[in-house]
Design a binder for this molecule. Structure first.
Ligand code: HEM
Length: 412
């Protein structure tokens, strides 16, 4: 079939709830077909899927018309469960005024000062992991490296004792998997159990911290507990759910940034060689990290719901329309990014949308960038000849793009 006709067919039959298994290996041809033939795609369940950069940005920008409040959608999806309580309390799925207040508390707690103070610990953590990789030789780049970094960093951020960090990754994966387009009974069961266990754990941690408050200028949890000067502190259940959210938001996303980049570079000798030559150059690494985020965005999908009738890309959407924003599609839009399917580590400007945009722009953006730069820069400087060894195991999920296992061989 002619390429255009085949693309038209892909666009016509696209349904997020029924993705073919080939989609997960490489979703970008599907996104291209949608951008070209159905950029505002109505799916069989009546919701809409947006893939063009120029359609996505105005949606992010207008938070009054495009609400993040998920109660209407999550009520029927989750029922009256811990997953419903968690996801509808967390910052990301709320609108102002609650969003404004909670965001102020979180942004106030993760300031540039807090982040800058974390860099030495981050470098030590990464170097310790690299040393472990070197002694093993044959490694899993996810378990032995990418996933261990955010757990260490966010564990430090909230002051979670090292010997209590074991269950964090499993809880986080279970809670976020419940956000996939299809909620299987198993995902619901695991997610609900994880929220319940995590709440119980965090309650103990918060009670203990309340009894022994630390310096709010350096301790994020103390800062969240006491609140911002001049504002009411968060209520207990809000505080616990935001802590769960922080742990989750910063965990799999950062793992995927590191894992996806190491996977992509192993197949792209040219940008890899350029990067290795500049791995110690902080400013150039910062630019490269933006490109990694664009090229294989760790979060591929976002959601909004319309509060009134509105035109999107020339299509009239009624009130209460559910929208999926395809970050992965917008980040490969040739109208915004020349030669979008090439990784150009010097791309500048680069208005990538991997952290979203507007009032909900990722609150951990600077921490994520720092983790990406330090982890990838130090890895490449130490193991320029790393090579994948064995079949990577991809996570078969549409929202979070990443790997469960990435077997590799590393030599200094
Ligand atoms: C590469 C890593 C990361 C990526 C790609 C990422 C991506 C995103 C995206 C796309 C959103 C916006 C969702 C929306 O508008 O609907 C978001 C929100 C958020 N992220 Fe991140 N994130 C990353 C790392 C982190 C880290 C390390 C933290 C904290 C420790 C964090 C905390 C948050 C918070 C609190 C929000 C909610 C902001 C709000 O609703 O106002 N993220 N993130």
């Amino acid at each position: 079939m002619h390429a255009t006709a085949a693309d038209r067919e892909v666009a016509e039959h696209f349904d997020l709830a029924q993705l073919p298994s080939s989609f997960y290996a490489d979703p970008y041809p599907t996104y291209r077909a949608l951008r070209e033939h159905a950029p505002v795609k109505r799916m069989p369940d009546g919701s809409w899927f947006l893939t063009r950069f120029d359609d996505v940005v105005p949606v992010y920008r207008d938070h009054r018309t495009f609400s993040s409040d998920k109660k209407k959608e999550f009520g029927p999806k989750f029922g009256p469960t811990p997953l419903f309580e968690h996801h509808t309390t967390s910052l990301i799925f709320n609108d102002p005024p609650l969003h404004t207040r909670v965001r102020k508390a979180i942004v106030g707690a993760i300031t540039q000062r807090h982040i800058a103070a974390m860099e030495p610990d981050l470098v030590a953590l990464v170097d310790g992991l690299l040393k472990g990789l070197e002694s093993k030789g044959k490694v899993d780049l996810i378990e032995d490296f990418a996933a261990a970094i955010p757990i260490g960093i966010i564990g430090n951020l909230l002051g979670i004792p090292h010997d209590e960090r074991g269950p964090l990754r499993g809880w986080s994966l279970a809670i976020l998997s419940a956000l996939e387009p299809v909620l299987t009974p198993e995902r619901a069961r695991n997610g609900n159990r994880a929220v319940t266990e995590m709440l119980a754990y965090l309650k103990t941690l918060v009670d203990e911290r309340r009894a022994h408050l630390r310096d709010p200028d350096t301790d994020v949890l103390t800062r969240l507990i006491v609140g911002e000067p001049g504002s009411e502190p968060l209520l207990e259940h809000q505080l616990l759910h935001q802590c769960i959210f922080l742990l989750n938001a910063g965990h799999e996303t950062t793992t995927n940034l590191i894992g996806n980049t190491l996977h992509a570079l192993s197949r792209l000798p040219e940008p890899k060689a350029k990067l290795i030559a500049q791995a110690g150059d902080v400013e150039r690494m910062k630019i490269a990290v933006e490109e990694f985020l664009r090229f294989e965005s760790p979060v591929q999908l976002g959601n909004r719901i319309t509060t009134q009738e509105v035109l999107v890309g020339g299509v009239c959407l009624p009130a209460d329309s559910r929208i999926t924003i395809c970050i992965g599609g917008a980040n490969r839009d040739p109208a915004q990014f020349p030669d979008p399917d090439a990784m150009d580590i010097a791309r500048d400007p680069n208005r990538q949308l991997a952290f979203g945009f507007g009032i909900h722009t990722c609150a951990g953006i600077n921490l994520a960038r720092l983790e990406g730069r330090v982890a990838l820069g130090r890895f490449l400087a130490r193991f320029p000849d790393y090579a994948l060894a064995g079949a990577p195991l991809r996570d078969l999920r549409a929202r979070f793009r990443g790997f469960q296992h990435l077997p590799a061989i590393v030599r200094p």
